[in-house]
Design a protein around this ligand. Structure first.
Ligand SMILES: Cc1cc2nc3c(=O)[nH]c(=O)nc-3n(C[C@H](O)[C@H](O)[C@H](O)COP(=O)(O)OP(=O)(O)OC[C@H]3O[C@@H](n4cnc5c(N)ncnc54)[C@H](O)[C@@H]3O)c2cc1C
Length: 326
């Protein structure tokens, strides 16, 4: 069995869960294994309904008041009990703030290896090989976990296309009771959402991103105008954020957000490796840059070599005219 540890918040699955399910559904076909989604929390009716609609074999639900808020010690204790009862082949969690908090603790508790930040997998003979990116995504490293299952892996956000998750299953729901008395070492006393100027970029299907080529803060308005015309979210390279043209939440790259939209338009962005690692898995990349030698063109599917101050307003006008024409 392949286990996906579902991430959820406020009664809804987080986008990473669909990405993990895609990984699991693909691996299930290669290794001829059933897929189970594991949901930990309290009051999980909505979550188990959402999971049940996916093409998977089982939904394992562990409800306990100690899991109402995420707590690593309780997660590890709960998963240890579930894994001991179910003996899966592979356990996949997100390489997210939550996933890379509890997955190493679980690996230590089980004395099993963890392959973290996976972007792909393959089958060699009957062996599972996991691919992860190293040296700021300049190289891929293939790793085979040693010893007996369960194998533990975290998958990088954006590595698997969440919108390709297969639906239409009729998963059996198993409710497990778990013992967590006295396990939690901390208590959540409140949650405050970070101030958001826009939608969460990690879930945005279209991103229009601007770089230092915009020259000054006021010029960034043409990026917002294009984003609005095509229904996209706005992103930025680091110099834009460092110069305080936009807040940190807009930054894409190794020290910002990792995104994988269907369409990424990079405008006045040179394509430094630290930017590329944050967006190179985007399905379609369009670059607008006056320098034909800019490295962004090496990964772009489409490119326009011209002055962005000419191209961007012209594109915005075309999209607005198309919208007005219905
Ligand atoms: C530890 C570390 C972490 C980092 N993390 C990140 C990160 O998370 N994200 C990130 O983005 N960067 C990051 N960086 C910075 C990164 O190395 C680059 O400096 C940065 O990505 C460059 O941003 P840029 O492409 O906007 O600017 P530039 O490299 O200056 O490129 C500007 C581009 O605009 C083009 N241009 C200029 N004028 C026009 C015009 N009129 N029309 C069309 N094109 C034009 C130019 O040809 C050029 O290609 C990091 C660096 C370090 C050392």
């Amino acid at each position: 069995m392949i286990f996906v540890i579902a991430e959820h918040k406020d009664g809804k699955l987080k986008p990473i869960t669909n990405e993990l399910l895609v990984f699991a559904q693909r691996a299930a076909k290669e290794f001829n294994q059933p897929v189970a989604a594991v949901a930990l929390g309290d009051n999980l009716a909505n979550i188990s309904d959402e999971l049940k609609a996916k093409k998977i074999d089982r939904v394992i639900v562990a409800e306990n008041p100690a899991l109402a808020e995420y707590d690593p010690a309780s997660y590890v204790a709960a998963l240890k009990q579930i894994l001991a009862a179910e003996k899966p082949f592979l356990v996949i969690a997100g390489h997210t703030t939550q996933g890379f908090d509890f997955a190493p603790r679980l690996a230590v508790a089980l004395r099993r290896p963890l392959i973290a930040g996976c972007v792909d997998f393959e089958k060699q003979g009957d062996k599972l090989i996991l691919t992860r990116q190293i040296f700021n995504a300049k190289m891929n490293m293939k790793t085979a976990p040693r010893g007996d299952a369960p194998y533990l892996a975290t998958a990088s956000p954006g590595a698997f296309p969440g919108d390709e998750v297969e639906a239409g299953g009729n998963a059996e729901i198993s409710k497990l009771s778990i013992q967590l008395e006295g396990i939690a070492k901390r208590k959540v006393i409140g949650r405050s959402e970070a101030q958001k100027g826009q939608a969460d970029l990690t879930a945005a299907p279209v991103i229009v991103s601007g770089g230092r080529g915009l020259k000054q803060k006021e010029n960034f308005q043409i990026i917002f105008d294009l984003a609005q015309a095509i229904g996209g979210s706005v992103g930025a390279s680091r110099p834009v954020v460092d110069a305080e043209w936009l807040p940190r939440e807009y930054q894409i790259g190794s020290s910002g957000q990792t995104v994988s939209p269907k369409l990424y338009i990079a405008i006045g962005i040179s394509g430094a490796i630290q930017h590329l690692v944050g967006m190179q898995t985007s399905r379609c990349i369009v670059a607008i840059n006056k320098d034909a030698e800019a490295p962004i063109f090496k990964i772009a599917h489409y490119g326009i070599v011209d002055d962005l101050f000419k191209v961007v307003p012209a594109l915005t006008k075309i999209f607005n005219d198309l919208k007005a024409a219905g």
